[in-house]
Design a protein around this ligand. Sequence first.
Ligand code: SAM
Length: 256
Amino acid sequence: MNKNRMLAASAPNSSRLARNLRLLKENPRLFLQRLTTWFKPMRKVYRQRWNSGMRRWLRWYITQLQTSKVSWMGVKAQKMVLDCWVYQQIIHDTRPEVIIEIGNAEGGSTKFLANMLDIVGNGQVIAVDIDHSSFKGQHPRTSLVTGDSLSPETLARVGDLTHGRKGLVIHDGDHSREHVLADLRAYSNFVAVGSYLIVEDTVHDLFRAGDGLGRVNGPLSAVEQFLKEDKRFRVDSECEFFLMTYNPCGYLKRLA
Ligand SMILES: C[S@@+](CC[C@H](N)C(=O)[O-])C[C@H]1O[C@@H](n2cnc3c(N)ncnc32)[C@H](O)[C@@H]1O
């Protein structure tokens, strides 16, 4: 172990001031080296990149990055990758027997979910989309249900495939308030107690309409109405621990 590490390790619980004073006494040269980093400006390119606020960063991520760069195992995914990490933790903690994903597009997110189930060793993805013509996320754990998420045929097929198994539902389909609300009402019974009904893209309701991202009456507005009607669910804001998410107030935990 080098001397610096030893100094840090020997006083893990002392205050930062006490640690720095100790370092000053025991290794003034290193102390001065460290002090200079407080006055040296951050390298210009990173200063410019990282000075943007979260709102600006999110706009850049959605408009520039997500569409062109974000994929899972070679298949495009319209996802905030930090949310995917949260999904991984939810899957690990709740062990869903079935994940219903409403809205699959090319299927990067669907494949991601199937791969997470591979890792925990159990479960199936039911992938619902009105149009699977561009879908490339095929996986042995995934069953496609093609149709409007609200059509009686789709709902009957999803019911047959879930067959009373412990469900997690992720909504990323039609994002208009009325459709999301109707989907939440229709799919909430598939969610197991202790599991989640995740509503994607509530973030758009937080932006100003007309700025390229904002919308009036999007998914968040549907969530607010749904929570007034269905007291079995509450927002689990713990799932927003990264702060950055596409789903503010969109992680709904089923309590009863
Ligand atoms: C935002 S994309 C899904 C993106 C995907 N989950 C991902 O992360 O890559 C929305 C999808 O919802 C589907 N969709 C729109 N309206 C729908 C409806 N009424 N029923 C089922 N799917 C619908 C669209 O065809 C589209 O593929």
